[in-house]
Design a protein around this ligand. Structure first.
Ligand SMILES: [Zn+2]
Length: 93
């Protein structure tokens, strides 16, 4: 998958060597450039979970839920749970 559509915006998903040299950042979303970056070296399971995390940021940005969007702990909790539900219920959508 290299494109993700979130409401009217289509994001390009890129796998990159390193997102941020200083910090250990595994994923990133750029609302202006409409790009989601994921670290190439991650295992597929973690990569998908981080993709869901970045998609969730994209959804919250679209909805204007800025407080929630800036709360990394809540975003990560929802993302990892949502990923588990989607993974364990493949016939859901
Ligand atoms: Zn985040």
């Amino acid at each position: 998958m290299n494109k993700v559509k979130i409401m009217a915006t289509e994001y390009t998903v890129l796998e990159v060597e390193q997102i941020d040299k200083g910090k250990r950042v595994l994923g990133e979303i750029d609302y202006i450039e409409q790009v989601i970056k994921l670290e190439k070296e991650l295992n597929e399971d973690l990569k998908k979970e981080i993709l869901i995390h970045e998609i969730l940021h994209g959804i919250l940005e679209k909805l204007g839920f800025d407080d929630l969007n800036n709360d990394e702990q809540k975003v990560q909790s929802i993302a990892s749970t949502l990923y588990q539900v989607l993974k364990d219920n493949t016939n859901l959508v």
